[in-house]
Design a protein around this ligand. Structure first.
Ligand SMILES: [Fe+2]
Length: 311
């Protein structure tokens, strides 16, 4: 059995889990699985369909989000390129691609299940995010349970209350219907209500379900890991997001409840299942962004535009 992943878990942690933003310590920044050499090798053979490479703007600039691909660079050069550019590489679902990460993920959720009474995740995934100095992830919220694990570098994470006006039902419903995580209203005045964490290698954050957040890298290369999980209450809450979204955005009815139990819940469960089965959501979902650039092989850190390719 490997050494515990969480290194400063206390009795109090279990009580606070998922009910408030939490910063905890872990040992993954010293695990050989996350050394730069291992990460470079991982990128070398990473399946194209499982990664996203995104160019982002500099702080204060117009919002920018373009997708590209690695091109001909080796994994080590890709990391160097990100260290010198303004982008992030998401090795999505690394736990499905590489079984060493699946084992790590299973251990991690095993530790949480042992320590948080009643916690039971029936599915979990993990991604590795390698991102440039000063890169940003804009204000958004996620539908599954989420944690952010810092491995190398430093970032500043703003976590907002999981209640209106920060987290609004209609935004969650739109995300569930159209999968547009990034496009929710943000006001700079919200920052006064945020909890702000500066995290470095060996620290992780977990927050209440759907709590909005945004991230700013400090002036250094960042390697982070994200974990997502589904429990039965989270699954039901997602069914409500979809059903209420169909009521509000498709049928013009304002939903009055987010209950995940009782006859109202089961009627909505049937409604969203029927719509899904009929394939009516596929058309509503936004088409994937085209691939518009690749990493420049000569000027490390620069990108080269290519003729847009649809995916
Ligand atoms: Fe997120």
């Amino acid at each position: 059995m490997s050494e515990a992943i969480f290194t400063d878990w206390s009795a109090d942690t279990a009580r606070r889990w998922a009910s408030e933003p939490l910063r905890l310590k872990h040992r993954l920044h010293t695990d050989p699985l996350f050394s730069m050499d291992t990460l470079a090798e991982l990128i070398d053979s990473y399946p194209r369909q499982h990664y996203s490479l995104v160019q982002v703007g500099t702080p204060g600039q117009r919002r920018l989000w373009r997708e590209g691909e690695i091109g001909k660079l080796s994994g080590a050069r890709v990391i160097e390129s990100i260290a010198n550019g303004r982008m992030w590489l998401n090795l999505r679902n690394v736990s499905a691609v590489d079984k060493r990460f699946r084992a790590l993920l299973d251990q991690l959720f095993g530790e949480i299940a042992e320590r948080v009474p009643g916690f039971s995740a029936f599915s979990s995934t993990m991604g590795i995010l390698i991102s440039s100095p000063k890169a940003e992830v804009y204000y958004h919220m996620d539908l599954p349970g989420q944690s952010l694990w810092q491995i190398h570098g430093k970032k500043r994470v703003y976590v907002y209350p999981a209640e209106p006006p920060f987290r609004r039902d209609e935004d969650l419903e739109r995300i569930a219907l159209y999968q547009l995580e990034i496009d929710i209203p943000f006001e700079p005045s919200y920052d006064r209500y945020a909890q702000v964490f500066e995290i470095e290698g060996g620290e992780m954050l977990h927050w209440p379900l759907n709590a909005p957040h945004r991230v700013e890298n400090l002036d250094c290369l960042n390697v982070s890991m994200t974990t997502e999980y589904w429990t039965e209450p989270i699954r039901r809450s997602q069914m409500i997001n979809l059903a209420n979204g169909i009521l509000r955005h498709k049928l013009g009815v304002t939903p009055r409840s987010r209950s995940i139990e009782g006859p109202g819940f089961w009627a909505k469960a049937a409604l969203q299942a029927g719509v899904k089965r009929a394939g009516l959501l596929k058309k509503a979902r936004k088409t994937l962004r085209p691939i518009e650039f690749e990493l420049d092989t000569e000027r490390i850190g620069e990108i080269r535009d290519i003729a847009p390719v649809a995916r």
